[in-house]
Design a protein around this ligand. Sequence first.
Ligand SMILES: Nc1ncnc2c1ncn2[C@@H]1O[C@H](COP(=O)(O)OP(=O)(O)OP(=O)(O)O)[C@@H](O)[C@H]1O
Length: 569
Amino acid sequence: MNTSVTQEQPQSEPIQAQTCIIIHPGSKNLRIGRASDVNPHTILHAIARPRRPKGPLHRDPVLIPTVVLSKENKLQVDETYQSMRSTLQSCLRSDGTPRPATSTQQVALANKQCTPIQGSVSKLQLVRKSDVEDYIIGDQVLYAHSDEQFNVHFPFRHGDLNIHPGVGGSLSAVLADLETIWGHCITNLLEIPKSELKHYRAVLVIPDIYNRLFLKELVGLLLIQLGFGGCFLLQDHVAATFGAGLGAACVVDLGDQKTSVSCVEDALSQRATRIRLDYGGSDITQSFYYLLQRAGFPYKECQPQHPLDGALLTRIKEGYCHLNLDFCGLRDVNFVVERPGIPTLRYHVKIGDELLLAPLGLFNTEVFALTGQEKRGQGQVNAPGDPEDPHDANYLRETSRRAHKEALENQSTSAASMDPIDNSTNAGGQGEEDLVVDSLAADAAPDDQPQQQLLYSLDQAILHSIERCSSDEMKRRMYSCILLVGGGAKFEGLSTWLHTRLLLQIPFQFRPEQTEIIVGPKEMDPSMVAWKGAAIMSCLESAQELWIRPAEWKKIGVRILRERAPFYW
Ligand SMILES: Nc1ncnc2c1ncn2[C@@H]1O[C@H](COP(=O)(O)OP(=O)(O)OP(=O)(O)O)[C@@H](O)[C@H]1O
């Protein structure tokens, strides 16, 4: 490789936290700020663009939409909730006394007389097409007039780029949305003019399970389109261990639309242990609404597909749902329905075990059929080849297989010993991590196919992930330290519930002296841990060799990621 560019611009110059921007994009939220900031700005990661007259319409919903269930599937969901309710009936409180459960009928009866209290006329205003020049960004998107005036795009869905066949769903359109949203935040929230970005660097927090093609495009976006003077990519789970100050942990990220698990040690996410599941906080909100409807929810006009109602249900869930068996009986829940130009409506309702049953979906994933029956888990895929990066892992795998096969043929070895798993595990020049995933892929799917997996519950996903660690010692270490991050980790009582479930299932030989489940380390908001970790890492002396400069990117292209990426490219 030609290193002349690197010599022109030494990598070792000290990095200042004020000139380093950390970007953590999510399916619902974007977190962005200077590495020196205490907290990042968090905004709705969405953009609304005025729709062309008679042009195609596309509105990504705030909440993952529900689907129409067949009779049998609906019955299955209801039976699952019924059996969860019976389990709750036999649960004890932490002081050992029986926990009184509530029934749907009890809640319906308590809310029968509930009528909302009318307040003054709301001063909220919907944003109209005539108010907007180019676009609306962030939380304002909730107020984009719903009368088909805007197209609404969330550039990330289910934890990855939101590529779809509709308008604005091509890779280039999604990248253009990201450029607009991130550029807008940098100029308006961080108050850095675009022309100054060459003096700044960016760290992009990427999903633990990533698509290499997307990463390549994202680096181009940072260095060429946005014009940063340098950047590097960091996997969210690795960033989370930095944020929590842990050398090794099984990281569980509960986001809005995905839950991901992997085992991280010494800043490396073990590839074979990565699992991403197609459910998150948004599915819990929809399940919560389903349960509320069954229990005579008095706000009958609620439409979860409407952005303002979607946001309202999300707020109620965040404020009241829990996994704490000590909270029992009917609880008072207050909320205000506010729509522009009409009087506000204040509701005082009673809700019972629905508050607990909704997040319990994390342990009974059958109920998430409500938001789609196609949900699956996914492992790290073997990426398709890239003509700009000919000596990639596929090349190494193929050439080493061929070489190995030839060697075997020369030795007239029996054909039986040439099964793909053996070949891959003998391949020279490959990282150890890749070998593990190869043998897993050989079990599950041919190379280059997404590794589809079952839709594990949260505890199962953790057990499966840790079981894929390469040594018994590592399994023991992972069972001893589980780090919960992401907004969905904020349900009160989640760590205790998970702890109880896991203790029953950890294989005897790997049982550590203590299993610690960490949520919000050092009083940190769990949804900020990865962002903070990336901020810490960006200033470390050891991270200075990771920066990629625009000149290098232009000259060497994607191949530089093999050399610099802090993960196995
Ligand atoms: N106090 C709370 N209790 C329960 N859930 C909460 C709480 N606060 C936020 N959440 C949920 O966390 C989710 C958002 O988490 P986060 O910001 O980590 O997701 P994201 O990064 O945007 O999405 P993803 O990780 O799926 O790409 C939302 O579903 C939100 O309702």
